[in-house]
Design a protein around this ligand. Structure first.
Ligand code: PMP
Length: 459
């Protein structure tokens, strides 16, 4: 047997080093350092190819494995489905797609149609295309602008980057798609006007209204927002914000598209992040936690009213002329059904809320002991700490120091995330999104590692 059959570690590392182009990574250091190759996972623990064990505080790196690793129940469901019928193009139906759409819609009052795809970016592209086509079909092409928020992220394609508020991610990828217009973000910790709480929330939403009035409300088709800005720094808008956003969208007949790619499927302690704020979206996009990474699946979910706008028999080009080859893979919805069973049976939304509250308390307690922490933000098992060089001036901690803290945690066997290379000058937040099965013991381990790492940063 040659080493290809045995997966000999050094042969795998060399194959990776020679041929894999890793995502979101500067490869230069890997000329001398070995790439990290993950081999096995159980619950919240993962093992790399050197045998080192890690506690994963970021659900597979990018907040995806909501139910944790090693769920044979999901693997079995996928296997059974694949041997029965692995694929059919989405122009026709399949059993798991119909079943999963029905289960999902039961949890999303006011919404009724599910358009399947295979990634979060793709789901958002679908939403943008729907908005553009509604403008073409129903508004003479005039209502085609899509508003997005500074510091939000919606995916990696050129249109998603055009709707992306993370300038460092976008750099060098232009020119972008026209008629995507930025609105300001809503970060209370750095509010300029001395406003706080609900007053700040309402003011931040009014800033969106100003942009709408400047652009002309009749030209704006949709407002696309993350419920809680995720990779841009775990930014939770204060009360008043979402209520006002909803009011503004209704007033100017602007579709509200909420990107739940990260916050959906229990992350914040409810099924969907928007439920935390009592808003009613017109379009919701979902990916990551839908099948917890056991299969690729995404969904663009709409109201019946949006769906109806594409139904008529007078316009030969009037239906949604979109397709996703892998949106027809049945492994995705089969995995999503089993994933949903687990979230329900184990009350993982409830656990996210309870353990998340404990996590928040522990981070606040750590902030009392550790002056580098300027702000603690989050809901449920979705938390972040913004690091500052000086609490009084709120000067962001240098990003090299932030990354040194992340690397220190890794050395201790705890994997955490950071706002790395996203927002100019503010790559200073450490991010946590552990699997929704996390208990207090794991939270203590994560907070302990962060405390150790911060205490070792040069003063
Ligand atoms: N929206 C949000 C809020 C995200 O965080 C991401 C991915 N991190 C995406 C969309 C894009 O998802 P994908 O990588 O599956 O295309």
């Amino acid at each position: 047997m040659d080493d290809r059959a045995t997966n000999d570690p050094s042969a795998v590392i060399e194959a990776d080093r020679a041929h894999v182009w890793h995502h979101l990574l500067q490869h230069k250091p890997y000329e001398t350092v070995d790439p990290r190759i993950m081999v096995e996972g159980r619950g919240m623990r993962v093992w790399d190819i050197t045998g080192k064990e890690h506690l994963d505080a970021v659900s597979g790196g990018v907040w995806t494995v909501n139910v944790g690793f090693g769920r044979t129940e999901i693997a079995d469901a996928v296997r059974d489905q694949l041997v029965t019928m692995n694929y059919w193009a989405g122009a026709q139906g399949t059993v798991p797609a119909a079943r999963f759409a029905e289960r999902l819609i039961e949890k999303m009052p006011g919404l009724s149609r599910v358009y399947f795809g295979s990634s979060g970016s793709e789901a958002n592209e679908k939403a943008f295309k729907m908005v553009r086509q509604i403008s073409a079909k129903h508004h003479g092409g005039r209502k085609s602008k899509i508003l997005y928020r500074d510091r939000d992220y919606h995916g990696t394609t050129i249109a998603c980057l055009s709707a992306g508020g993370q300038k460092e991610r976008n750099a060098q990828y232009g020119p972008f798609v026209p008629e995507f217009v930025a609105v300001p973000h809503c970060l209370e910790y750095r509010a300029q006007e001395g406003l706080a709480g609900e007053d700040y929330g309402v003011r931040a939403a009014e800033e969106i209204e100003k942009v709408i009035l400047r652009e002309g409300p009749e030209t704006v088709g949709a407002l696309c927002l993350e419920p809680i800005t995720a990779g841009g720094g775990i930014i939770v808008p204060p009360r008043g914000y979402w209520e006002k956003v909803q009011e503004i969208c209704r007033k100017y007949e602007i579709l509200l598209h909420i990107d739940e790619v990260v916050c959906g499927m229990g992350r914040t302690g409810r099924w969907f992040g928007y439920e935390q704020f009592g808003v009613q979206p017109d379009i919701v996009t979902l990916a990551k936690g839908v099948a917890s990474g056991y299969a690729a699946i995404s969904a663009c979910v709409t109201t019946e009213a949006v769906f109806e706008m594409f139904k008529d028999d007078t316009d030969p080009l009037g239906y949604f002329r979109d397709i996703s080859t892998f949106g027809g893979c049945t492994g995705g919805p089969a995995a999503a059904l089993a994933n949903m069973d687990i979230i329900e049976r184990e009350d993982l939304c409830g656990n996210s809320a309870r353990t998340g509250a404990y996590f928040g308390e522990q981070l606040h307690a750590l902030a009392d002991r550790q002056p580098l922490i300027g702000d603690v933000r989050g809901i449920g098992l979705f938390q972040g700490i913004e690091l500052v060089a000086d609490r009084r001036t709120k000067e962001p901690l240098d990003e090299r120091q932030v990354m040194a803290a992340v690397a220190d945690c890794l050395k201790q066997g705890v994997i955490v995330g950071a706002t790395n290379r996203s927002v100019p000058g503010y790559n200073n937040t450490i991010l946590f999104a552990p699997a929704l099965i996390a208990g207090q013991g794991e939270i203590d381990e994560i907070v302990g590692a962060v405390e150790g790492a911060l205490s070792r940063l040069p003063g």
